[in-house]
Design a protein around this ligand. Structure first.
Ligand SMILES: Cc1ncc(COP(=O)(O)O)c(C=O)c1O
Length: 486
C-alpha cells in the first residue's frame, strides 16, 4: 500500500502556511507539553479508569472540570461536539417529540432530529445582510413558539455561532424552563469563553441545561476533543434520571475504546488555560483589540464588529472571530480566501459568497498577527486600486441571495421521514418545487440550506449554483449538479 495520505499530510504541514482556522493549538508543538505518541496510547486498562463509566482518575479529572466550569457534571468527549449533540438531544427527547431549534443549527443537530424522527419547529434568526450571516436568536421569537407549541420538549440553539454571535441565554433559558422544556446550547465555538477576560458569559453560567463545546476549535486541544456539561437543571427536573440518560447516550455515540491521548490532551489544555488566566489570555484579548482597531481603517475589507452585531439587534459578540465582508471590495469571499492562501500563505477557516472568516486563539502570537496584518493591508490596497480602475468584479444578483433563501421553507415531510424515501436524482434546475430527500449543506459552515422534506425554490437553486461556480463545497449535491428529490 502506498502512503498516499501520509505523503499529502507531510507535504501540507511542511509548508509555511499559517492556520487562521481550527484546531486552536495552531499546530504549535511548544504548546503540546506531552507529545506522547504510541508510547502512551492506551485505553481502558487497569488503573486508568473507564471514560464511559468513570470511577477513578477520570472521574476525579471530570470533577475538576465541573468545578472550573460551574456545572452539575461535565464529561470529556472524544468524538467532538457532534457526539455530544447527538447524546444531548437523544437524552432529552423521545422518538417523535417536538423540538424548537435555530434554523441555523449545525448539521449534527439535524442528524439527531432525523435519527429520532423529531418534529422540528424552526426559529429563523434575523440576518446581517452585508455578511450573509444569522444574528442572535431573540427571546421574543422563542417565547412566541413556546406558546404555539406547548408540547415542545427541548430547545436547541447555537451560541456563539461560527461567526461569533451569541444569544441572550439567560432569558432564553428562563423562557424555556417556564414552558417545561430543556435548553441545549451548541457552544462548539465557545469553549474559551469561561477563561476570557471581558469575554461574553458562557451558556452554562446563564442557565442552560446541556452545553456542548468543541475544545479543538478555540482551545489548544487536538481535533475531536470536546466537553458536554450538565447545568444546574430546573427545579421540576428529575436530576438523577436526566444524568443517567445523558450518560447512557454518551456511551451510545462514542467509541468504546476512547483514545486516552485525546483525554490527556484535554486535561492538559484546560489546565494550561487556567494557568494563563492572568497572562497569555489577557494578552491575546489586548492584541485582538489593538488589531481590530487598526483594521477598522481598511477601505474595502469590512471587519464585523460588536457594534454592527448590536446595531442589527444582536445580543453579544465574541471578538475572537474575524469575519470580513466583501461587498465593498466587490469580490467573493472564496476569491479572497484563495488569494490570502496563494499570495500570503494565510489559510482562512471558511469563505462564503459574501464573506470570509479567520479564527483566532491564544496560540496566535504577535508575530502571526503582524503577518496577517501585512497581508490584509496589502490585499486591501490592491482591491482599492482595482475598484478605482473600475475593474472590479461587479456584484451579481446572487451576492445577496442568502437573504432570499433565508425564509421559512414549506415542510412537506419531517426530516426523518423524507430521508427514508427512495428519491430520484434530478438536475438542479429540474428540481424546483420538488421535495428534497437529502441535506443540502454548504460546508463549512455546515448549516443545511435545504432539509429533507422541504420544498425546493428557484432561489435555492440560484444560491447553490452560485456556491458551486465559486468553488464552494455543497454537501448533498450528487455528481456535478444534481439533487435527490421525490
Ligand atoms: C456550530 C457547530 N456545532 C457543532 C459542530 C460539530 O463540532 P465537532 O467538529 O467538534 O464535532 C460544528 C463544527 O464545525 C459547528 O460549527
Amino acid at each position: 500500500m502506498e502512503r498516499i495520505f501520509n505523503d499529502a499530510l507531510r507535504k501540507y504541514c511542511s509548508n509555511d502556511y499559517y492556520p487562521w482556522h481550527m484546531p486552536g493549538h495552531k499546530r504549535q508543538v511548544e504548546l503540546d507539553s506531552h507529545v506522547m505518541g504510541a508510547g502512551f496510547d492506551v485505553t481502558e486498562v487497569a488503573g486508568l479508569d473507564n471514560l464511559l463509566e468513570p470511577e477513578g482518575v477520570l472521574a476525579k479529572s471530570m470533577q475538576q472540570l465541573s468545578a472550573i466550569y460551574g456545572s452539575r457534571k461535565s464529561y470529556y468527549l472524544i468524538n467532538g461536539s457532534t457526539g455530544g449533540i447527538l447524546a444531548a438531544i437523544s437524552a432529552v427527547c423521545r422518538r417523535g417529540d417536538t423540538i424548537i431549534m435555530g434554523r441555523n443549527c449545525h448539521i449534527s443537530v439535524y442528524h439527531a432530529v432525523a435519527l429520532l424522527e423529531l418534529r422540528p419547529i424552526y426559529i429563523y434568526p434575523n440576518i446581517i445582510k452585508e455578511y450573509g450571516i444569522c444574528n442572535s436568536v431573540l427571546p421574543e421569537q422563542l417565547e412566541a413558539l413556546l406558546k404555539e407549541y406547548p408540547e415542545c420538549k427541548a430547545v436547541i440553539l447555537t451560541s456563539p455561532t461560527y461567526e461569533g454571535i451569541l444569544s441572550d441565554i439567560q432569558n432564553l433559558s428562563r423562557l424555556t424552563h417556564q414552558a417545561g422544556a430543556f435548553l441545549i446550547v451548541d457552544e462548539a465555538h465557545g469553549a474559551h469563553l469561561e477563561f476570557g477576560t471581558n469575554a461574553p458569559k458562557p451558556a452554562l453560567r446563564c442557565g442552560a441545561d446541556l452545553v456542548v463545546e468543541s475544545l479543538h476549535k478555540t482551545l489548544p486541544c487536538y481535533t475531536q476533543c470536546g466537553i458536554l456539561h450538565i447545568g444546574r437543571l430546573p427545579d421540576w427536573a428529575d436530576k438523577a434520571a436526566f444524568t443517567k440518560r445523558v450518560e447512557y447516550f454518551l456511551r451510545v455515540y462514542q467509541s468504546s475504546s476512547p483514545s486516552y491521548l485525546l483525554v490527556a490532551n484535554m486535561e492538559d489544555g484546560i489546565a494550561a488555560m487556567e494557568q494563563w488566566r492572568s497572562s497569555r489570555i489577557p494578552e491575546y484579548y489586548n492584541r485582538l483589540r489593538r488589531y481590530r482597531e487598526k483594521w477598522k481603517g481598511l477601505k474595502t475589507l469590512r471587519l464585523l464588529t460588536k457594534e454592527t452585531v448590536q446595531t442589527y439587534g444582536g445580543y453579544a459578540y465574541d471578538e475572537g472571530k474575524l469575519l470580513f465582508g466583501m461587498q465593498a471590495a466587490g469580490i467573493r469571499g472564496s476569491f479572497f480566501m484563495e488569494q490570502m492562501q496563494q499570495t500570503y500563505g494565510m489559510v482562512l477557516e471558511m469563505a462564503s459568497l459574501t464573506s470570509a472568516l479567520a479564527m483566532t486563539s491564544i496560540a496566535d502570537t504577535e508575530e502571526a498577527f503582524a503577518r496577517f496584518d501585512q497581508a490584509l493591508t496589502d490585499m486591501d490596497r490592491i482591491l482599492c486600486e482595482r475598484n478605482t480602475a473600475g475593474k472590479e468584479e461587479k456584484e451579481t444578483e446572487t451576492t445577496n441571495d442568502f437573504e432570499k433563501i433565508w425564509q421559512p421553507n414549506s415542510q412537506i415531510l419531517c426530516p426523518g421521514q423524507a430521508l427514508n424515501q427512495t428519491g430520484t436524482v434530478q438536475p438542479l434546475e429540474e428540481a424546483v418545487e420538488r421535495t428534497v430527500c437529502d441535506f443540502i449543506t454548504p460546508y463549512p459552515p455546515g448549516i443545511p440550506i435545504l432539509v429533507p422534506g422541504e420544498q425546493i425554490r428557484k432561489t435555492h437553486i440560484t444560491y447553490i449554483r452560485a456556491c458551486l461556480e465559486n468553488g464552494l463545497s455543497v454537501h448533498g449535491i450528487q455528481g456535478k449538479d444534481s439533487i435527490v428529490v421525490r
